[in-house]
Design a protein around this ligand. Structure first.
Ligand code: HEC
Length: 461
């Protein structure tokens, strides 16, 4: 895939077409006019930008030439972390977002200049002020609903793809070319570079056609087959008591049901259970057992539930709102599990940024936590805190203990793993009241020059 920058030098005509597509996309998304695209009115205090920045005007506002220059700069400097379609991932926020569109141009310029290096966002003061304004103009021209508008931008290739003939990393470090199931490598603290020894390389995912030879390797006794394809950011699978497999198709805002497996390894039936969800992730059947009456879904901003009977292939009613959840910036996934006695509902809510403190950043209140509610959404408490991004939750069926994945702070430099990427046993008691036991099991010992893999979901098997 060519980068936008390469396209613009080699094929100006294609570039123009592409720019037109972006502008058309904005119209479709419902923000076609220049006032909407410049958004000078809110929110206050975008990343602690001084209020005076809100009065600084973008000299190039809405100018096609600035958007074009900004898109090339974006491909070269930003796409590797924020993604080819500006959708973000993990704690790297989307830039095609309402938040960025509505920030004042001056505050964006200030933030791009200063960055938030503690949180993994580099400072870009080395770019000329014209280039920074081009970036502001470009990011504010993007559509504001990234999850509904995938592929808005062609994937950029500016990120550091490792060519096959690149020298092998120095042991004990490794990269994807040498990975295979069952191979372990011991990396000790002494092997690690100091924090910030280098800037953190950004090497976010880009979707390209799968080379014929590329296929996941499995340990002996396991075979990997293609089950379903053409899905938009499919994030989480949960099995209903009758064996129907429910999928949260997060990017499409849908819940899908797969039934049965045909001889070719693919589902016998595929149904759309529900649409119009907001970045759905967690799925939980309630109550436990063979006859749940509800299916709960973790949208990024709320918990909802649908009335449910085993065998349903389509929602039999509208979603019922159960609880609001804090949301926005990074870490969008919300998983849901119930305590074995059915009296409590646990919901994981990752932080907005990398390391900010809720005392100084009120937007982080009730984030980096596992929240606990009654199943009707009442009586909310913080159940476990200081867990930066507990993506997936699991209950040990034997002991009833709650487990969560832990993805702690990153952005500390290359070859430097996050503080920890682990699966943790959070609790050994039923009901709210805090953590009695926290056991951390290393899940990912190493980092690679690419964005580190993060453990997310776990199944007891
Ligand atoms: C190495 C990864 C990385 C690169 C490269 C990067 N960013 Fe970021 N960016 C981040 C992270 C992480 C955050 C979240 C920081 C925080 O929450 O404090 C962020 C946040 C932002 C935000 C604030 C978004 C919001 O909703 O709060 C803007 C705007 C932004 N980046 C623009 C850019 C631009 C423009 C470029 C390219 C010139 C760029 N970034 C390059 C990692 C990166």
């Amino acid at each position: 895939m060519k980068s936008i920058a390469q396209q613009s030098t080699r094929s100006p005509r294609r570039m123009n077409l592409w720019i037109r597509t972006v502008i058309a996309g904005i119209v479709v998304i419902g923000c076609g006019d220049a006032i909407c695209a410049t958004g000078q009115d809110k929110p206050a205090g975008f990343h602690d930008a001084p209020a005076t920045m809100d009065r600084i005007k973008n000299p190039y506002v809405g100018q096609p030439a600035a958007i074009q220059a900004g898109s090339a700069l974006y491909a070269a400097h930003c796409a590797s972390c924020h993604g080819g379609s500006a959708m973000g991932s993990g704690n790297v926020p989307a830039l095609a977002s309402v938040r960025v569109k509505q920030a004042s141009a001056g505050a964006l310029f200030w933030f791009i200049t200063h960055g938030a290096t503690e949180n993994g966002m580099p400072a870009w003061g080395n770019l000329s002020s014209e280039q920074r304004w081009d970036l502001v103009t470009f990011v504010q021209s993007l559509g504001s609903e990234p999850s509904r508008a995938p592929g808005l931008l062609p994937a950029a290739s500016a990120s550091a793809n490792i060519p096959e003939n690149w020298p092998a990393p120095t042991p004990p470090f490794t990269d994807f070319r040498y990975e295979s199931p069952g191979t372990t490598r011991k990396i000790t603290v002494q092997d690690l570079p100091s924090p910030y020894a280098t800037p953190s390389a950004g090497n976010g995912p880009e979707v390209v056609a799968r080379p014929a030879s590329a296929w996941p390797k499995a340990p002996p006794g396991f075979k990997v087959q293609l089950f379903a394809s053409n899905l938009e950011n499919p994030r989480l699978l949960r099995t209903a008591p009758n064996g129907d497999i429910f999928l949260a198709e997060t990017g499409a805002g849908k819940l899908i049901v797969f039934r049965g497996i045909a001889a070719n390894g693919q589902p016998r039936e595929t149904h759309v259970f529900a649409t119009g969800l907001n970045e759905p992730f967690g799925i939980a059947f309630y109550p436990a057992g063979t006859n749940p009456h509800w299916i709960y879904v973790g949208n990024t901003d709320e918990v909802v539930r649908f009335p449910f009977q085993v065998g349903d292939l389509q929602a039999r009613g509208k979603p019922e709102h159960i609880a609001d959840l804090p949301h926005g910036q990074g870490h969008s996934t919300r998983d849901i599990r119930f305590s074995p006695d059915g009296s409590r509902m646990y919901v994981s809510v990752g932080s907005g940024s990398n390391v900010d403190d809720p005392d100084t950043h009120p937007a982080e209140k009730n984030r980096a936590d596992i929240l606990v509610f009654r199943p009707d959404g009442s009586d909310m408490h913080v159940y476990a805190s200081g867990i930066r991004n507990a993506v997936g939750l699991a209950i040990d069926p034997k002991t009833g203990a709650l487990w969560c994945s832990v993805n702690e702070r990153d952005g500390l430099g290359d070859w430097r793993p996050t503080t920890s990427r682990t699966w943790s046993k959070v609790d050994s008691m039923a009901g709210p009241g805090g953590i009695r036991e926290l056991i951390r099991i290393p899940a990912m010992p190493g980092n690679t020059p690419s964005w580190p893999a993060a453990p997310s979901c776990r199944t007891f098997f």
